[in-house]
Write a new protein. Structure first.
Ligand code: HEM
Ligand SMILES: *[C@@H]1O[C@H](CO)[C@@H](O)[C@H](O)[C@H]1NC(C)=O
Ligand SMILES: *[C@@H]1O[C@H](CO)[C@@H](O)[C@H](O)[C@H]1NC(C)=O
Ligand SMILES: *[C@@H]1O[C@H](CO)[C@@H](O)[C@H](O)[C@H]1NC(C)=O
Length: 376
């Protein structure tokens, strides 16, 4: 079933490789890749860390992690959570990191559960990072992640549209309208207005999240002729809508109500509020998925793509929001395969290692491992 949707989606989803700027960074040809690997063995790939030894609440905006605004060469991207961690030194301030460093940072800084952290990070690394150098940019594509494997792998960083980054973001515009990786004040005004109208005491809470998430989809259906809202974007869009009600709320309150002042800090300034404490215990799939279910139930939708403005074509045959293992398989068998149709040698080994880490994150959800590049 997934094979059928591959063909059908690749016709509808605009190519992520059409940007001239990516061509100019000249990826390695197959021969150059072999030479590169012969002279520079692929990077060691450390295993991801396990769960925190001590996941209790603590001050995370602490003297060891001062806010420092990014310098002119530091990279920041579409994720307010990761931008903030880089600004506080939980991640390299350059914005280029190893995936295991990302897992550590989101566990330490916000108390993401180990499985959930690995799911987000290895999904992102496989589709936006460099498997040869084991580095990923949390912002735009950069030479700092080293020589690229052959095209069509894009190694685009988190800012590259059509991979992890997608449409209907809360505080960013759709890629059709401009740079989707930068904070947009008008969008934040809507975020604030929805919080004022629907949230308890004007906070961004689960009710505000449900209404805003619905409105962002409706608005994109009506205005973005190239809207794509299918797996895996549907899952990231819905989880990112509830993250702020969990991870951006001070762990001492932990009431699911994000004040607009704290929202401004995280989304716009990418700074932790003064005295910010992380969640009082690790939060993983069991903490997030019921919230996703709650906001979905208020305004259910079917995945689809716009074929022209206000012409949303449903794609019910693709994995839906609650087909978690289907989304895992879609990431691995469709999205990743577009970038790596037929990897060999050490490149394939590196991809398989990261695929194993991704699977370790979803094993607890009872998914069955899939092997896009065979099992040898
Ligand atoms: C762990 C690895 C993570 C990765 C790889 C990641 C990646 C991303 C990416 C690529 C986006 C852009 C999606 C889009 O809107 O098009 C995004 C958005 C977002 N992320 Fe993250 N993220 C991670 C963790 C976190 C954490 C821990 C938080 C909260 C503490 C967070 C909060 C958000 C929010 C709220 C958005 C939505 C922004 C908006 O819609 O305006 N993320 N993330
Ligand atoms: C866990 O960390 C907290 C906060 O830093 C600390 O108060 C507590 O003593 C630690 N617990 C253990 C068992 O180390
Ligand atoms: C709407 O999309 C369908 C395909 O899903 C297409 O056949 C039709 O021409 C489109 N209509 C308009 C008005 O663009
Ligand atoms: C996975 O399967 C086990 C055994 O059947 C079950 O107890 C558990 O609830 C399942 N977990 C999920 C997330 O579905």
């Amino acid at each position: 079933m997934i094979k059928v949707t591959v063909a059908c989606l690749s016709l509808l989803v605009p190519s992520v490789f059409a940007f001239p700027s990516y061509q100019s960074l000249a990826p390695l040809s197959r021969r150059e890749l072999e030479e590169f690997i012969a002279n520079n063995p692929v990077a060691d790939i450390p295993n991801p860390p396990g769960p925190l030894a001590n996941d209790s609440i603590k001050l995370v905006n602490d003297p060891a992690h001062p806010f420092i605004a990014p310098g002119p060469t530091d990279l920041r991207g579409p994720c307010p959570g990761l931008n903030t961690l880089a600004n506080h030194g939980y991640l390299p301030r350059s914005g280029v990191a190893r995936p295991d460093q990302l897992v550590t940072a989101v566990m330490e800084g916000y108390n993401l559960g180990n499985d959930f952290a690995k799911f987000l990070v290895y999904q992102a690394h496989l589709i936006d990072g460099n498997p040869l150098t084991n580095l990923i940019s949390i912002g735009m594509k950069t030479p700092l992640t080293g020589p690229d494997p052959p095209q069509p792998a894009s190694i685009g960083g988190l800012s590259l549209h059509g991979t992890f980054e997608g449409d209907t973001s809360m505080t960013r515009v759709d890629a059709f309208f401009g740079n989707p990786a930068i904070f947009n004040e008008q969008r934040f005004d809507e975020f604030s207005a929805f919080s004022t109208e629907f949230g308890v005491q004007g906070t961004y809470d689960i009710n505000a999240a449900a209404e805003l998430r619905h409105q962002r989809l409706q608005e994109s259906i009506q205005t973005n002729p190239q809207l794509v809202f299918v797996s895996p974007r549907i899952l990231s869009a819905y989880s990112e809508a509830v993250f702020p009600t969990v991870f951006f709320v001070d762990g001492r309150e932990d009431n699911g109500q994000l004040t607009l002042s704290a929202a401004r800090d995280f989304f716009d300034m990418n700074i932790m509020p003064v005295g910010f404490h992380r969640q009082p215990a690790a939060v993983s799939f069991p903490g997030i998925m019921p919230l996703v279910q709650t906001i979905f139930n208020k305004h259910p939708f079917t995945p689809g793509v716009n074929n022209g403005v206000n012409n949303f074509t449903l794609m019910p045959q693709t994995p839906d929001l609650f087909d978690f293992c289907g989304i895992y398989e879609d990431i691995v068998l469709r999205v990743l395969k577009i970038q790596y149709p037929n990897p060999t040698g050490q490149l394939k080994d590196a991809l398989n290692k990261n695929l194993g880490f991704l699977f370790s994150a979803v094993e607890g959800q009872n998914c069955t491992q899939v092997f896009p590049f065979g099992t040898d």
